[in-house]
Structure formats: C-alpha cells, structure tokens
Design a protein around this ligand. Structure first.
Ligand code: PRE
Length: 96
C-alpha cells in the first residue's frame, strides 16, 4: 500500500496502521467468539435451572435473582449493562 492509498479492508491510510488494525481485529474476533460461546453456555444452564426448579414444583422464574443480575450488569456497564442483562436473561428463560 502506498502512503496515499487507503487500505479498503481496514480503512487505514498507512501500512503500519493497517497491520496493527489487522492484529487487533484478530483479538477482537477471539473475544467475540468467547462471548458467543459463554452466551450459549449460560443460556443452556439457565434453561436447565428452570427445568430443575419446575420439575420440583417450583416457579419458572425468580424475579429477585433477575433483579440482582440486572443490577450487577448496570453497576459494571451503566445503562447499556441493563439492556445486555435483559437480553441475556431472555436468551435463557425466553420472553416474559
Ligand atoms: O438463577 C436462576 O434461578 C435461574 O433460573 C437462571 C435465571 C438466569 O438466566 O440467570 C433465569 C431465570 C430466573 O428468573 C432467574 C435467573
């Protein structure tokens, strides 16, 4: 890449920046995959907890526990954390 040609894939204007961006994107991809794997594992566990509880005659949901989880995410991530927690809970127990 010459200094005045933008690299299409990375959007960078110079090769050293393009190379650094490619490296950082590799790590971003690894992190995204870890998040996906953990998301799916959590959803599966959450479904299992729900089945176990209902089979014992208990409730489908435990709202106090959901509030605790939403609060943990809000405290760590702010208002977006609330949205993440709500999506996370929905992916395990389904929509309310
Ligand atoms: O911790 C539980 O008791 C669960 O059932 C798991 C979970 C969750 O996904 O975190 C799902 C539904 C409940 O209402 C509360 C929490």
């Amino acid at each position: 890449m010459t200094a005045d040609v933008m690299d299409q894939a990375t959007g960078a204007g110079k090769e050293p920046a393009a190379e650094r961006i490619r490296e950082m994107r590799e790590r971003i991809n690894e992190i995204d995959q870890a998040i996906i794997d953990l998301w799916l594992e959590r959803a599966s566990l959450s479904q299992e907890v729900g089945k176990t509880r209902m089979a014992s005659g208990g409730t489908r949901l435990v709202l106090a526990r959901e509030r605790e989880i939403v609060e943990r995410f809000r405290a760590a991530l702010g208002p977006d954390g609330t949205q993440v927690a709500l999506l996370l809970l929905r992916s395990g127990r389904g929509p309310l």
